[in-house]
Design a protein around this ligand. Structure first.
Ligand code: LLP
Length: 421
């Protein structure tokens, strides 16, 4: 459920009519709903209510300071994967003790940053990383809390590019070698083993792969405890999918996911951490664009928008579906037309959708891409020297720009000429 709904025939974000924002900010822009974000965070928090737990929002999904601040104030922890994300989380007021640091390529500088600033745990993904972290911690006179991210060799059944838990993926240490690597972790100075971490992929629409992975984590936890390790935390990663299309099958609800976690892992008495990103931010955001032209091509009509693949790359990169809806609802009885929805970027990959039924559209007409709050703005680029588009936040009947559109001078002046020119 989200808070983007039609009222009097006009798409609203909470209590604000989207055309009002478009008139003020100019298109294209990302638009987020505070109520939807808060609702989704609470769904996870409530789903794990029976267990000692921390919901660590995955910052990579949508990392605007205002978004992080909303979640931080609700009590969320954060999952970060770079020094930049660590800095963003801290700047939004998240205490270091609520931040977990994931990723296969943490640099020594990033480790030091987090050790100095405070960190809940490092989710370590390889033996070389473990050794580097030990050295950095010793040099800093600190003890680094660590989990090992295990690769359970489970296929998440999701898009090839976002499955992370198969043997051949670059993530984690093979679960079959985990006991040996935990033994090394326990023997290295500057490290304190605190738990086990797993994350098998993103946009999962079925609980079965999670269950398969978590069952392996439960067995491993018992074995590690028998080996003498204090395993008090289980970080189960993120990955629960969202409905991108209203007509598609509906992914499991956070409540079912939480119940499954309780059933498989509850008796271990560990603190449970989860790292949802998409389910919190995805349906809390839309991308609003306007029509530049309607172009009649060979046997097809192109709806050419002012948003492009550089603003929302998911369709080009993963063949992803986003519902595209008209901002003023179709007039009753209007014959739908079928469009290829494209942007102005100079490649055919800049196609959002083919053969989409929409009401008749003309120049200046607004559309909204639904489910664009996660992996939208954060994956944008300035390809074709198209400025990063603004982000806008709605809360009830108020709205504010939370990241302005840069000027062309700002963009061009970031380049510097070498001294010989
Ligand atoms: N934890 C770790 C270690 C992750 O790698 C990820 C996502 C998450 C948590 C959050 O997963 P979520 O709950 O959002 O599924 N750009 C792609 C998605 C990449 C996901 C990367 N890792 C997309 O647009 O579909």
């Amino acid at each position: 459920m989200d808070h983007f709904i039609y009222r009097d025939g006009i798409l609203h974000a909470e209590d604000v009519a989207i055309p009002e924002i478009a008139a003020r900010v100019g298109t294209p822009f990302y638009l987020y709903s505070t109520a939807t974000l808060a609702r989704h965070y609470r769904l996870f928090d409530e789903a794990l209510a029976g267990l000692d737990h921390l919901v660590c929002y995955s910052v990579k999904a949508c990392s605007n300071q205002a978004i992080l601040r909303i979640l931080a104030e609700l009590g969320a922890g954060m999952d970060v994967v770079s020094g930049g994300e660590y800095r963003r989380a801290r700047a939004a007021g998240v205490p270091g003790g609520r931040i977990v640091f994931s990723g296969v390529g943490k640099t020594r500088e990033e480790m030091r940053l987090a050790l100095d600033g405070g960190i809940r745990q490092f989710n370590v993904e390889s033996e070389p990383e473990l050794r580097a972290l030990s050295e950095v911690a010793v040099a800093a006179g600190a003890t680094a809390p660590v989990t090992l991210r295990v690769n359970p060799d489970v296929d998440a059944g999701t898009h090839e590019k976002i499955a992370t838990g198969r043997r051949e993926d670059k993530f984690g240490v093979p679960i079959d070698r985990a006991r040996e690597i935990y033994a090394e972790a326990a023997s290295l100075p500057g490290l304190a083993v605190v738990g086990v971490d797993v994350h098998i992929g993103s946009q999962l629409t079925d609980l079965a792969p999670f269950e398969a992975a978590f069952a392996k984590v439960a067995d491993l936890t018992r074995a590690l405890r028998a080996d003498g390790h204090a395993i008090d935390r289980l970080d189960l990663g993120g990955g629960l999918g969202i409905p991108y299309s209203r007509s598609n099958e509906v992914p499991p609800l956070p409540a079912d996911y939480g119940a499954m976690i309780g059933r498989l892992l509850g008796d271990l008495g560990c603190e449970i951490e989860i790292e949802p990103g998409r389910l919190i931010a995805g349906n809390a955001g839309v991308l609003v664009a306007s029509t530049i032209y309607v172009k009649e091509g060979e046997g097809r009509s192109f709806l050419i928008l002012d948003a492009a693949m550089n603003d929302l790359i998911r369709p080009a990169m993963y063949g992803a579906w986003h519902d595209i809806v008209p901002v003023p609802e179709a007039a009753p009885g209007a014959e739908p037309r079928v469009f290829d929805v494209v942007g102005p970027v100079c490649e055919t990959g800049d196609t959002f959708a083919r053969g989409r039924p929409l009401p008749p559209m003309g120049e200046g007409d607004l559309v909204a891409f639904r489910s664009a709050g996660a992996y939208g703005a954060v994956m944008a680029s300035e390809y074709n020297t198209r400025p990063l588009i603004p982000e806008v936040l709605v809360d009830g009947d108020q709205f504010a720009v939370i990241r302005p559109r840069p000027t062309f001078d700002e963009i061009i002046n970031r380049d510097t000429l070498p001294p010989w020119m």
